[in-house]
Design a protein around this ligand. Sequence first.
Ligand SMILES: Nc1ncnc2c1ncn2[C@@H]1O[C@H](COP(=O)(O)OP(=O)(O)OP(=O)(O)O)[C@@H](O)[C@H]1O
Ligand SMILES: [Mg+2]
Length: 230
Amino acid sequence: MPVIVTASSKGGAGKSTLTLVLAQALDALGASVTVIDADPNRPLVRWRGGKSASTLEVVGDVTESNIIKVIREHSATRQFVLVDLEGTANRLVSRAVTQADLVLIPLQASALDSNEASRAVGLIREEEETLEGRVIPYRIIMTRTNPLITTKIESGIYQALADAKVNLMKTRLHERQAYKAIFVRRLTLSELDQSINGLEAAKDNAERLAEEIVEMITAKQAGELKNVYG
Ligand SMILES: Nc1ncnc2c1ncn2[C@@H]1O[C@H](COP(=O)(O)OP(=O)(O)OP(=O)(O)O)[C@@H](O)[C@H]1O
Ligand SMILES: [Mg+2]
């Protein structure tokens, strides 16, 4: 079943947040989901150690030498396997990327980060060369966006990405307090205290993200829209 790897060539781009938000939204839709926490800091393992009643499975015991085996084992039985990586390029990252059905690259809307997008896409292309021409599908996803306005910087990035024919997710992951709170409280969005600012909007955003991912995977599996992945 599909392996979705979150990667970026830069630390702090929002990979772990994206991974947990997407994983718990897919879990909430009823899918069986395993997150492989391949970041040596183990942020998702720490999350799983909290009191959440979620059925989301988190696996943390991975190294450069067993990552491929661990991904294959879990993807044989689970509906989704999500892999969270650290923000520096190394062999573990490369190996995980080669196993991906989809690589999600979070990008924050700042001028500096648009260069990061081409760098991250470049890394994917390098991995493809080692795979003798197999295409590794990827999508850039804009994160920490303002839900109310699209800034000029953001519009500029969209244009630059479109010009460069870079694949972009339709759904953006907005800046939301709730996405920080799930890590602090070690809970899912639906388990958070209702008083959290913008909680319902954060849940909607997470649901839309999960739906877009499911649509992409379904289209790919049905063999329709062959160009759905780049
Ligand atoms: N959509 C969001 N809304 C609010 N805060 C966010 C969002 N995305 C990321 N953040 C915050 O930005 C910081 C970095 O995010 P995160 O840890 O997800 O990045 P990362 O790419 O996993 O970092 P690293 O490379 O260190 O693993 C965290 O403090 C997180 O709470
Ligand atoms: Mg992280």
